[in-house]
Design a protein around this ligand. Structure first.
Ligand code: FA5
Length: 339
């Protein structure tokens, strides 16, 4: 049997020589383990005279608790130290700038689409939503392009079966708009369109258009010209050089195309404008009576104009983007330069 004083002294001695968690584990086993000193002394209680046994038992329990407390306290200290060491090892300076600025930025086409939409909304146009997947009827037939019309060749696309296709232009919004709202009306609608296209600096197979239509009584080309002047000035300022050329679209009569003097080369000629100094940005014209009728609008009472703006080309001109493919190559630094 060992005296409590002796056990305390032995523990103290061991404790002073303890430097690590592993050392402490050994001390714990030696003193508190199942075969440790305290457990041994507990077993020996039966040899203690009955009068002293209870006291000895209480003293041993108290000592056991003191040692347990000390070990728990030290264990926590060791854990804290370990954690600090780990943090030192994995230290990270969060004030350093990261390789990429991860804040997002709006795509230049989105910037331009919103700018154009705002201009037309301020002129009383209503924004409609179109569908990427259209029926042949809305994309072609209702726009005066019957099945065997050669104009379909210029707008080949993915056919999805059951007379459905990926829309080749936003002009189907004209028919949906008239059917939904009747005349008079002022609507715009924008989004992606899809075509089988030979891709180059100004042509993509998926690009963006913004469609517009105004239907009312006695609408003429003069009204169309007024709106073209107003919205191009709002986007590019009043010194924009542009020209309107006659063009053919089965859904308008007469039909026109709007060219901007190429802002990428100042009109000198570049790959975006195909060395002509001009870039085509919009088709437009007075709505064909067959189209008004397809939209359930009385073509004897009403007339109107419609236009389809190439949003990507507008963005190219406004933001100095020399090649349309840059808009779709997914380059993060390119997009972020528009943040
Ligand atoms: C049309 O798509 C007609 N729906 C526009 C229209 C609407 C005419 C209403 C009359 C009345 P076009 O195929 O020309 O027309 O396309 C219109 C504009 O979209 C073009 O002026 C051009 O700016 C843009 N665009 C056409 N094809 C591409 C292409 N492959 N890549 C990028 N932009 C294109």
């Amino acid at each position: 049997m060992i005296t409590l004083e002796q056990i305390k002294q032995d523990f103290q001695k061991e404790w002073q020589g303890m430097h690590s968690l592993a050392d402490m584990e050994k001390i714990k086993i030696a003193f508190l383990g199942k075969k440790g000193i305290i457990a041994d002394q507990m077993k020996l209680l039966r040899d203690v005279p009955a009068a002293d046994r209870a006291q000895r038992g209480q003293d041993l329990n108290r000592l056991k608790q003191e040692i347990t407390d000390k070990i728990t306290e030290q264990n926590n200290r060791f854990l804290e130290q370990e954690e600090e060491k780990l943090m030192d090892k994995q230290w990270l300076d969060i004030s350093l700038e990261s390789a990429y600025n991860l804040a997002g930025a709006l795509h230049p086409v989105t910037h331009m689409r919103r700018k154009l939409e705002d201009v037309f909304l301020s002129m009383g146009f209503q924004l409609l939503k179109g569908n990427h997947v259209e029926t042949e009827y809305y994309n072609f037939e209702a726009l005066n392009i019957p099945k065997d019309h050669p104009a379909r060749d210029m707008q080949d696309t993915f056919y999805l079966g059951e007379n459905r296709l990926l829309r080749t232009h936003t002009s189907s919004i004209q028919i949906h708009g008239m059917k939904k709202l009747g005349a008079p009306l002022r609507v715009i609608g924008s989004g992606k369109v899809f075509r089988c296209e030979r891709v180059d600096a100004s042509h993509e197979s998926c690009f963006h258009q913004l469609e517009g239509m105004l239907v009312d009584e006695d609408i003429s080309l003069a009204h169309l010209k007024y709106f073209i002047d107003t919205y191009t000035k709002a986007v590019f300022g009043s010194n924009t050089k542009m020209r309107l050329r006659p063009a053919y679209f089965p859904f308008v009569e007469p039909g026109l195309e709007l060219d901007l003097n190429c802002m990428l080369c100042g009109g000198k000629g570049c790959s975006a404008c195909k060395q002509t100094g001009w870039i085509e940005v919009m088709g437009c014209g007075l709505v064909h009576p067959n189209v008004l009728q397809a939209g359930d609008v009385d073509s004897k009472k009403y007339s109107g104009f419609a236009f389809g703006i190439g949003v990507d080309r507008f963005a190219m001109m406004a933001y100095g983007i020399k090649d349309i493919r840059l808009l779709y190559n997914g380059g993060i630094p390119f997009i972020q330069s528009f943040a």
